[in-house]
Design a protein around this ligand. Sequence first.
Ligand SMILES: [Zn+2]
Ligand SMILES: [Zn+2]
Length: 125
Amino acid sequence: MTLPVCQLHSKVATSVCLSHEKFLCTKCLLEKVEEGDSCIKRDLTEIKDKDKTHVSFLLIKLSAAKTEEQIKLRLFQIDKEHEYLVQRVKDDRDELIDDINKKATTALKGIEEESRKLKSKYEKF
Ligand SMILES: [Zn+2]
Ligand SMILES: [Zn+2]
């Protein structure tokens, strides 16, 4: 059974407003949340039989909402992880390209120098 939690403060609920389907914690009560004329508040320890089904239904709804939230969070994390991995591959690629470019430049310089040396040898004659 899911512990009833107030959605406003994420605290364990002690009562419920049946008309607005909201669980209320002690902070809610202190801040006088759900004090409207249409509010039907019940202490969770004193739920009458006729209201029990309604309260259980609210608990199921609450736990379903929580599961949905967790799924959304996981999907968000997967997206972030994906983004991070793509970025890492791109960074690695850029680094490798840089490295190859540097090596190619050094090799080309070496070839230039080598051919200049060879040429100057023959130009002496
Ligand atoms: Zn609360
Ligand atoms: Zn209410």
